[in-house]
Design a protein around this ligand. Sequence first.
Ligand code: HEC
Length: 183
Amino acid sequence: MLPAVLTGAIAASAGTAAGQQARGGAAVQSAVERGRYLITVQDCNGCHTPFTPKGEPDMSRMLSGHPQNIRVTAAPRLPLAGGWIVAINETNTAWAGPWGVSFTSNLTPDRVTGIGTWTEQIFIASIRNGKKSGVGRDLLPPMPWRMYAKLTDEDLRAIYAYLMSTPAISNRVPEPLPPAGGK
Ligand code: HEC
């Protein structure tokens, strides 16, 4: 949580680029704190951090995405009787629905398996355009990018700053799978 006095300081300095520059490291620190707050309240951990068997995010694997050792090889046949169209695996990181199976991405700054080589521009483009790495294929459900696309540039920059400050975790998330029946 940000103390009220700090939140006030961010609001007060937001309009003055010169003021932010003068603060230097303090401004970077407050962006990271703001990003931590935004990631928490928008529940990025609810999908991008694998759940323990108790059904809580395993923070030792914070934001590292679907665990590479948990193999999901085919989509379950959906819909199920009674109108059920979505299924989620035990780690809460593999999601099956009409789109096939999507796996939550590694958002840590690991340079090989995470977003460590992404610039701030790539990150903002990925959220605003809903595209893989900012320019690739369309992002699949349930990533709520259409809502996050409405964040201000300043908030997206803060989220990026926070993500880059998290521990890098090597975890290669698999590619999505097509729907059962190949449709
Ligand atoms: C309801 C689940 C869910 C939530 C909440 C969620 N995501 Fe995602 N996100 C996903 C899934 C699933 C994918 C992978 C989609 C795909 O492969 O097409 C994804 C993909 C992404 C990507 C694209 C990565 C790449 O390699 O291109 C970024 C960036 C991202 N999420 C950031 C975030 C951030 C930041 C938050 C919180 C503000 C967040 N997500 C919250 C499910 C979620």
